[in-house]
Design a binder for this molecule. Structure first.
Ligand code: ARG
Ligand code: ZN
Length: 889
């Protein structure tokens, strides 16, 4: 393995080394005096020895980072410097036995904190991000989630520049101080770990609303934004109220404080954070109006507002014992937000888009050098484990429990989980145990889903005997090895299964040996061994199995469908996911055949059956527009790349572009009729945000994109008209995306007009950066390099970095993977520049390099060269070190 220039490589933390904290903290009184040079932080901790961690005196060991310790007072006595040790990351105090009171005085410089962890200053705003281990940058503290305390926080600041002072819980006191300063005191009655602490100080606008809980308590809702953005908070506020209602109706969870606050900030490392009573959001996931946000943005905002709100019960009231258990709260909360969105909109469409994300991002992670279980057992830097595996695969694991237990059983399990663990810091195992104990279902083998990494492949073969009318379905599973886990055990895999009869209707199912199937047309088969065969009886000839319905398990399915079967299911499956999946599989096979032809120097010809299936779907007017737009989307380049042993980026790109051209051209009249019909239904102003209206716009944009792909002038003309910047953002972006790869002056003119209209709106400018960075045109890398100097770009704002640099490295495979390695050189340079500023974001940006084994030898070598260049940096953070070293291992 390559060694970093580090003297000693950063050491991993292991789940097996978990030990309960030697001391508990019951209450914290924190005073934060914000100043232009220094911010002074005083913490008074009331603690005691943890009875669960032995007895007798034990030294108090606190975490701390990037701060200057001024004084320590233990039980009223100021300690001499010789009585404690300050290390780079720990403060070790004398051993204590009984209860103690500790006062820690220190100072920090939030204005220099570019890592955006702990307390930082961005423009005129102070805010915090403490998950996972940011609190230790504010004061010395046992910064681990199993230490839960009641916090009282006093903030002092200049009144004119920081009129708004916020922290968790309720505001209990405010007042004036000398020299134009003021203060506010906040008290949060709920015990919480330090990672849920938050505070904000700044000059913010506020929008207020209220919500009456089902037991009749009135809750004040406030959203804080930069002054001038108040008009863009309406959708977030409505989303919040819908979330509060849904959580009461579906889980009986009521909000538990008198005020719920959201603050939108522009410099934020991730999406949002569920701090108790004071959620802090990336402003991109709060601010929206139809002129500046797309329908996709509106839906993401709704989902993330819900996600953070739902954490109040799944995360805050019941939290994680240690960070290995992260999926306890994240997998469960993602599952809850997915279900919420499914209930608010179209369940089938939601499922399809969640599965697409899982396959596009999580499956590759699970198959690469950074693969880890849903509950990891080791990490170097926990921030690297806020992954699609912990979140999205974690949600799939919860969904499988839901499938195995049924909705009522699952709800009983949730009730028991809360009854047992409210106010505690617990493990994934505690969650599973509650599900078992509430229902009597044995989930002992199911627990493997938490500990075993890698995506299982399920193979399905079947045989029908017309004489006996039996259909034997043989299922088997295998999970590939992953780093540190060479061999795998079979896991219980729930497979929702149906048989679709030749007339297109699902058949009533009866298994061999059953007196009667009860008329049900769907079964949950549980494949819990390496292989098994189930036999259906009374099956007429020509029935086609519909398998893994609703994507009932996060697996790869290798099923023996013929192209004819797939075309049939694409038109007939009564499961929306199954129907979409059939067309995806048919298209994938055809596209891979085209890639093969191109590799062999032959022309790529699209299988006519794909065009016919598209034609049939287009003509099926029973389909909801939103669903149809998903149905008509070809698998993306990275999905196709993954389906190949070697991802031939150029051929994949060319094959997909050719397929789009053929579909666009052959069905042009259909697209055009559809586009006209849908555009006529679009009211002027475009402010109809109903699910149906969003679906119509999605479908109109899909039709427009196919018309442009056809190469006909008419398509380009329509797109140019729709791209005019006075339209609503969904339509404008739809048109710009359709035009973005064209080497035509119209494309440049449309992007320039968009830029001129929106250059002073950072969130909209991000869309422009991403378009520029995502274009398949050959000059894109040069454009991106030039845009690093654009006045609207800043390497300190993660949203800008993700839009411009990420738009190229993660959003533009054909240009990023240029055979000359120029994309890799660019990324290595950017990662190193970023690492000095913000290691967490730098580590994320390194990701596109880790799957170098998927590419040909030349590219693989260039990618590993780039990784080596990164890892040899003498000042590398452990964040980037962990990713790069695993990639090279
Ligand atoms: N808990 C937050 C959420 O899922 C995300 C926190 C991410 N933290 C991190 N260090 N990446 O809503
Ligand atoms: Zn979360």
């Amino acid at each position: 393995m390559d060694r970093a220039a580090h003297e000693t490589s950063p050491q991993p933390v292991r789940l097996q080394d978990y030990a309960p904290p030697p001391h508990l903290i019951d209450s914290v009184e924190l005073t934060v005096e914000l100043g232009d040079d220094w911010t002074k932080v005083t913490a008074i901790l009331s603690g005691r020895r943890n009875p669960a961690a032995g007895s007798g005196p034990a030294p108090i060991v606190l975490d701390g980072q990037d701060q200057q310790l001024q004084a320590v007072t233990l039980d009223g006595r100021r300690l001499a410097e010789s009585e404690y040790q300050v290390g780079a990351e720990k403060l070790t105090l004398p051993a204590v036995d009984g209860p103690f009171e500790l006062m820690i005085e220190g100072r920090i410089r939030p204005q220099d904190n570019t890592a955006l962890e702990g307390l930082y200053r961005s423009g005129g705003l102070y805010c915090t991000q403490c998950e996972a281990e940011g609190f230790r940058r504010i004061t010395y503290y046992p910064d681990r989630p199993d230490v839960m305390a009641v916090f009282t926080v006093r903030i002092e600041a200049d009144k004119e520049r920081f009129p708004v002072l916020l922290a968790n819980g309720n505001c209990v006191e405010t007042g004036e101080l000398p020299f134009g300063r003021h203060f506010a005191v906040w008290h949060d009655p709920f015990r919480k770990p330090a990672y849920l602490f938050a505070m904000v100080a700044g000059d913010l606008g506020c929008v207020e609303d209220s919500y009456v809980t089902r037991s009749g308590r009135e809750v004040t809702l406030r959203i804080y934004v930069d002054p001038g953005n108040e008009g863009r908070t309406g959708h977030a506020m409505e989303s919040l109220k819908r979330s509060m209602r849904w959580d009461e109706e579906v889980y009986g969870f009521e909000y538990d404080l008198d005020v719920f606050m959201i603050v939108a900030v522009s410099a934020f490392n991730m999406g949002a954070m569920e701090n108790k009573g004071l959620n802090i959001f990336n402003d991109k996931f709060i601010l929206a109006d139809p002129d500046t946000a797309t329908d996709g943005d509106f839906q993401r905002i709704e989902g993330i507002v819900a996600h953070e709100y739902f954490h109040n019960w799944t995360g805050n009231r019941i939290t994680c014992r240690d960070w290995f258990q992260l999926s306890l709260k994240e997998g469960l909360t993602v599952f809850r937000d997915q279900e919420f969105s499914a209930d608010m909109h179209d369940r089938g469409v939601k499922r399809v888009s969640d599965v697409r994300l899982l396959r596009t991002v999580q499956f590759p992670e699970d198959a690469g050098p950074t693969a880890h279980p849903v509950r990891p057992d080791t990490y170097i830097e926990i921030n690297n484990f806020y992954t699609v595996t912990v979140y999205e695969k974690g949600s799939e694991v919860v969904r499988m429990i839901h499938t195995l237990l049924g909705p009522d059983g699952f709800r009983k399990g949730m009730d028991l989980y809360v009854e047992r663990h409210d106010g505690q810091a617990v493990t994934c195992d505690d969650f599973v145990a509650a599900m078992e104990d509430a229902t009597g279902v044995d989930l002992s083998r199911f627990r493997l889903w938490y500990s075993q990494a890698g995506t299982p492949t399920v193979t399905a073969r079947w045989q029908h005997d017309p004489a006996t009318r039996r259909l034997d379905l043989t299922l088997s599973q295998a999970t590939p090895s992953t780093p540190g886990q060479p061999t795998k055990q079979p896991m219980p895999i729930p497979l929702r299964t149906a048989l679709i009869g030749r007339n297109g209707a699902p058949l009533p199912l009866r298994l061999d040996g059953e007196p009667d199937g009860g008329g049900a047309t769907e079964r949950v088969l549980v494949l819990d061994e390496a292989a098994t065969t189930v036999s259906f009886v009374d099956v007429p000839p020509g029935a086609v199995p519909s398998l893994l319905r609703g994507f009932s398990a996060p697996v790869k399915l290798d099923a023996a469908w013929s192209e004819e079967d797939l075309a049939f299911l694409a038109g007939a499956d009564d499961d929306p996911f199954g129907r979409w999946e059939a067309l995806q599989s048919l298209s994938t096979r055809a596209l891979l055949a085209m890639v093969g032809a191109l590799r062999a120097g032959k022309p790529a010809v699209l299988d006519q059956r794909v065009v016919e299936a598209f034609r049939a779907s287009l003509a099926d007017d029973r389909l909801e527009p939103a669903f149809l737009s998903e149905l008509l989307a070809l698998p993306g380049e990275s999905l196709l790349g993954q389906a190949l042993d070697v991802w031939h980026v150029d051929e994949v790109h060319a094959a997909r572009a050719e397929a789009r051209r053929v579909i666009g051209e052959t069905l042009f009249d259909g697209w055009s009729a559809l586009y006209e019909r849908l555009s006529a239904a679009e009211p002027a102003g475009g402010a109809d945000l109903s699910t149906a209206a969003m679906g119509r716009r999605a479908l109109a944009n899909a039709a427009l994109a196919y018309m442009v792909a056809s190469g006909r002038e008419e398509g380009i003309r329509l797109a140019v008209a729709q791209a005019r910047p006075d339209g609503t953002m969904t339509r404008v972006m739809g048109a710009l995306v359709a035009l973005n790869d064209l080497e035509r002056p119209e494309r440049d003119a449309a992007l320039a007009a968009f830029h001129d209209r929106w250059q002073n709106d950072p969130l909209v400018l991000d869309k422009w950066f991403a378009l520029k960075a995502g274009s398949a045109r050959t000059d894109t890398l040069d454009q991106v390099k030039g845009l690093l100097e654009h006045p609207g770009f800043s390497i300190r704002i993660p949203n800008r970095v993700r839009a411009l640099i990420g738009g190229f490295t993660a959003g533009n495979p054909v240009r990023f993977h240029a055979a000359d390695g120029s994309g890799y050189d660019f990324l290595a340079e950017q990662v190193l520049a970023l690492d000095a500023i913000n290691p967490q974001v730098a580590a994320r940006m390194t990701q596109p390099l880790v799957r170098w084994r998927k590419f040909d030898a030349g590219r693989g070598k260039a990618m590993t060269d780039a990784l080596r260049r990164i890892i040899h940096s003498p000042t590398l953070s452990k964040d980037v070190y962990e990713i790069a070293s695993k990639a090279l291992a």
